[in-house]
Design a protein around this ligand. Structure first.
Ligand SMILES: N[C@@H](CCC(=O)N[C@@H](CSS)C(=O)NCC(=O)O)C(=O)O
Length: 283
């Protein structure tokens, strides 16, 4: 969480590509399409890309305010192996990367955040305060992360890890919101709950109270997919998710019997990701 003065300072820089983190809603924006770009009748156009890292089956998301003079952009859950690809795309699109954000401390791959910061020093790393990880900026439930005139709202969704958050795009009448659910809610699945402070009961509560309460047409973009899915909706998952449509006791039983092997990289990934990627450590 930024100190009050710093948050106030950010809110005065309306032309800056650096996004303020604030609890105040500002600059409502109309999203017009579910395609790669979201046009706005006012002044903002959301540029959106879903990017895939195949070894860990991780999705990284690129969002930018394409109508802003400086085209401020952010990455959600970048992976170290695909940083060069992502930065090259950002350069080709003429964007200014301002934030490298993580939904949680990943256990299966090293975040690209540190590498990005070593290549683009102005980029700020962002993670939840509850994660206990080191980053430049810490978000808490209810905060809003601005990039240009657009923003992401932070929802706490612990359960896979204690510090998991879901990033949700702003509420624009008539247009679907987008929820970046990390490993909390996967398409027809959910994150495991057997390490890093995981709790099946907490994950169930997080999904039902923080994600399933969003409008049913909200688009679900998870951090992983192992079956070839790319996107879902709140309504689809409320109807067809084979785990989260069950009552809580059945869910807990399912989660206690997943019998998944530990992620191959867990011993390397978790310590590195606790500092948002080794190179990102802010002393
Ligand atoms: N085999 C992979 C790890 C697969 C895995 O455990 N995925 C996690 C998310 S990354 S910690 C998960 O929550 N899976 C839920 C599920 O139902 O599959 C590896 O070795 O890295």
């Amino acid at each position: 969480m930024l100190p009050k003065m710093l948050r106030f300072h950010f809110t005065t820089l309306k032309a800056s590509p650096f996004l303020p983190i604030s609890k105040a809603i500002r600059y409502p924006t109309r999203l017009r399409s579910q395609m790669a770009s979201f046009s706005s009748s006012s002044s903002s156009t959301l540029l959106f890309r879903q990017l895939f890292e195949k070894e860990s089956s991780t999705y990284t998301y690129l969002l930018a305010d394409a109508s802003h003079p400086q085209k401020p952009a952010l990455l959600i859950d970048p992976v170290d192996r695909t940083v060069d690809r992502d930065l090259s795309l950002i350069e080709q699109l003429g964007l200014k990367l301002v934030y490298a954000m993580n939904t949680h401390v990943h256990a299966d791959h090293v975040t690209g955040t540190g590498l990005i910061k070593s290549k683009v020093p102005d980029v700020k790393s962002v993670i939840s305060k509850a994660s206990g990880a080191t980053a430049d900026l810490y978000v808490e439930p209810g905060d809003k992360v601005y990039f240009g005139n657009l923003f992401l709202e932070i929802r706490a969704t612990p359960g896979h890890t204690k510090g998991c958050v879901t990033y949700v795009t702003g509420d624009t009448p008539g247009q679907p919101r987008m929820a970046f659910t990390g490993d909390t809610l996967l398409i027809r699945g959910c994150g495991r709950t057997d390490f890093q402070g995981g709790s099946s009961e907490q994950l169930y509560e997080s999904v039902h109270s923080q994600i399933f309460t969003l409008p049913k047409n909200t688009l679900i973009f998870p951090a992983h997919d192992y079956k070839g899915f790319t996107v879902s909706t709140v309504g689809e998952e409320m109807q067809y998710n084979p785990r989260l449509t069950k009552d809580v006791e059945t869910f807990k039983n399912i989660m206690a019997n997943l019998n998944l092997s530990y992620p191959k990289m867990i011993d390397v990934a978790v310590p590195a990701n606790m500092v948002c990627g080794i190179q990102s450590k802010t002393s």
